[in-house]
Design a protein around this ligand. Structure first.
Ligand code: PLP
Length: 369
């Protein structure tokens, strides 16, 4: 098998698995219990929180464990509550976890506005400014897009939000562990992340909430997660997430270099062939993520042919695989229907090799020529 769908999920890091096993097997004590067997679990949670905080330049008490990106996005949007500032500005290209949470806020009386991207998927400062009004209290723009890979200029967008008195949230699920993130320098107020996108386990993520940010608690019950997200903590998953994030952050330059090389190789091979394609996402995209449109072709068909060749790629977004309509992201960047229908996403990961890229190209060629 050649796995080239790393934007959908990633392989669990070997070191993360090793660190998790003792907490799954023997260290099963409840982190809320005061005896030594519980406090050991609590210590492991605290250490994980510290490691994660350090990776994004936050404080440990600003990291809240969640079940993943979907929950973090839901919390950030639904937890925002300010009837006097009931305007929320987001973008047209957000993940459905964010968009559906905004729908719920609309039903609760909030006013939602959507900034449009340019044809590369970039939310330009002017496009965001135009959407912000006096009643805007929350702005949420994703760090990097899961379908086309476009990375936004988050510090700029954050400044615009703050300039009008709004707080700023970013869905950084695709970015954390893959590009350098400094929440303090960027002045981000809230940030969503998910472990399985950076070689951590599934079912865990975190929401960074800057100290002093007004946000309602997410789950009522016990006093876990500083009283904001109740429920017995998943110690093993937190330990695995911290290990995977640290590992990825330490190797971010090395991984980026390798992925840029591999993606350039695939593009060179395509350019030297007779295959007609266009690459989406503009100049600044996530390392390794290629959104390729083959006008007149059928993306679903390409995916299935590649599958028969043992190669895993994706059409639009894996989070939306039951929905075969043209993706809202491709529509928002103004891709014409025939190109949009022929779009696939190849997301290479740090484990992919040059030989695998050649095999991916050879398989594409068999399908397309
Ligand atoms: N946000 C983005 C940008 C994503 O790509 C995804 C998953 O693909 C999510 C949120 C949801 O994350 P999770 O799968 O951890 O719920």
């Amino acid at each position: 098998m050649i796995y080239a769908d790393n934007a959908a999920t990633t392989r669990l890091s070997e070191a993360a698995l090793e660190k998790m096993l003792p907490w799954l097997r023997d260290g099963f004590g409840n982190a809320s219990q005061p005896y030594f067997f519980g406090t050991e679990s609590k210590k492991a949670l605290d250490t994980s929180r510290e490691i994660i905080a350090e990776c994004i330049n936050a404080q440990p008490d600003e990291i809240f464990f969640t079940s993943g990106g979907t929950e973090s996005d839901n919390w950030a949007i639904k937890g925002y509550c300010n009837p006097r500032k009931n305007g929320i500005v987001t973008s047209e290209i957000e993940h459905h976890a964010l968009l559906r949470s905004c729908d719920a806020k609309r039903s609760a009386g909030y006013e939602i506005s959507y900034a449009s991207p340019n044809s590369c998927g970039v939310i330009e400062a002017t496009a965001l400014s135009e959407m912000i009004k006096e009643n805007t209290g929350l702005v949420s723009v994703m760090y990097a897009n899961n379908e086309i890979g476009t990375v936004q200029n988050i510090p700029d967008l954050c400044r615009i939000a703050h300039g009008s008195g709004a707080i700023f949230h970013t869905d950084a699920v695709q970015a954390v562990g893959h590009i350098k993130i400094d929440v303090k320098e960027s002045e981000i107020d809230m940030l969503s992340a998910s472990a399985h996108k950076f070689n951590g386990p599934k079912g865990i993520g975190f929401l960074y909430i800057k100290r002093g940010t007004k946000i309602n608690p997410h789950l009522d019950g016990g006093s876990q997660e500083m009283g904001k997200r109740a429920g017995t903590e998943n110690v093993a998953a937190a330990v695995g997430m911290a290990q995977a994030l640290r590992e990825n952050c330490e190797k971010i330059d090395e991984n980026t270099k390798k992925l840029r090389f591999l993606q350039a190789k695939l593009i060179d091979l395509l350019n030297d062939s007779r295959i007609v394609y266009r690459q989406n996402g503009g100049e600044n995209t996530l390392p390794g993520l290629l959104s390729l449109s083959f006008p007149g072709e059928d993306g679903e068909g390409i995916l299935h042919c590649m599958d028969l060749a043992g190669i895993c790629i994706s059409t639009g977004s894996a989070c939306d695989s039951v929905n075969t309509r043209i993706s809202h992201v491709l529509r928002a960047i103004g891709l014409e229907e025939s190109a949009a229908r022929g779009t696939v996403r190849i997301s290479l990961g740090k484990d992919n090799t040059e030989d695998e890229v050649e095999e991916i190209f050879a398989a594409l060629k068999r399908v397309l020529i």
